[in-house]
Design a protein around this ligand. Structure first.
Ligand code: BDR
Ligand code: CA
Length: 292
């Protein structure tokens, strides 16, 4: 089977880094064409620098990095240094790198990849959806070149930024509204199924004694653990048999105290909501992949 062509649109971020490292550890299944960045967990300078650090740590500097939107469409950027560290990869010990992102903007790069990719592209969107929305605003005709938009964002239950809103949607609800209403098909990985994806520190022990990038992951989680939110998106692409999905429709609340809430109705619709994970099997496969 040919490796699935995928673009990671992201704001690394510890769990973004983990999601990318996991993908890069499985080149026979996933062909990472590019990493596009945006402001999110930390400002764009850091998320872009971190994408370059991640690729250097995985010895994959052949993969291009494109710097994208610095801020959300209408709101000021809210960041999450308390979870990810000041530079976004707190505790990783990964050195700064001298490389630079590609000269093109991420929006232009995604448009070009959609135009030229002989098959449909999968986009793993694991940050706010600003870049994706801008692509779809600029070139709605390319929406059907996206074979699958796999998104980490939203919640049916409690949010992690407000009672209702999850971080990626909260940061740019307007972009989420555009991206989630235009694109087909979408798989939504929400807080409901990922907030408890928190392996104990003992799970990281083997990684601590392994080479990069496993060592860097163990360092980040030892400093301040967070749930493996974004990692679930990569895992879904790699091992769909470990996940339960339900057809759904998704809407985003734009105003009022519920702003940033995802309104998800299951039962029918073109999109799919991740509703179940075989966590034991998943953690075992991730550990094996990262240390093996
Ligand atoms: C999401 O927000 C970010 O902090 C994480 O990287 C993840 O994409 C979880 O709410
Ligand atoms: Ca993220």
């Amino acid at each position: 089977m040919r490796a699935l062509p995928v673009v990671f649109d992201c704001d690394p971020g510890k769990d973004d880094a983990f999601a990318i490292f996991l993908a890069l550890a499985c080149p026979e299944a996933l062909n990472v064409l590019a990493i596009t960045t945006l402001g999110g967990n930390v400002p764009i300078e850091h998320t872009t620098g971190n994408a370059l650090r991640i690729l250097a740590a995985a010895s994959r500097t052949d993969i291009p990095v494109y710097r994208g939107c610095a801020r959300p469409m209408l709101k000021a950027l809210e960041t999450a240094e308390e979870s990810h560290g000041v530079d976004g990869l707190g505790g990783s010990g990964l050195p700064d790198v001298s490389g630079a992102p590609q000269p093109d903007h991420a929006i232009a790069a995604i448009i070009r990849m959609l135009e030229t990719c002989p098959e449909q592209l999968t986009i793993a969107a694991i940050g706010p959806l600003t870049n994706i929305a801008m692509v779809l605003i600029a070139r709605p005709d390319l929406a059907d070149k996206i074979g699958h938009l796999a998104v980490m964002g939203g919640a049916q239950g409690r949010g992690n930024m407000t009672e209702y809103a999850e971080f990626n949607i909260h940061v740019d609800p307007h972009a989420a509204h555009v991206a989630l209403s235009v694109c087909a098909p979408i798989t939504l990985v929400t807080l409901d199924t990922t907030r408890n994806l928190r392996p104990p520190m003992s799970w990281f022990e083997a990684m601590e004694h392994a080479n990069e990038p496993a060592r860097a992951l163990a360092g980040m989680w030892r400093e301040a653990p967070i749930a493996l939110y974004d990692v679930a998106v990569t895992a879904l692409l790699l091992w769909p048999e470990l996940f339960t999905l339900e057809a759904c429709t998704i809407d985003v609340v734009l105003e009022g105290e519920r702003a940033g809430q995802t309104v998800i109705t299951t039962g029918e619709g073109k999109d799919r909501l991740l509703t179940g994970i075989d966590e034991v099997a998943l953690l075992s496969r991730i550990a094996q992949t990262m240390t093996g």
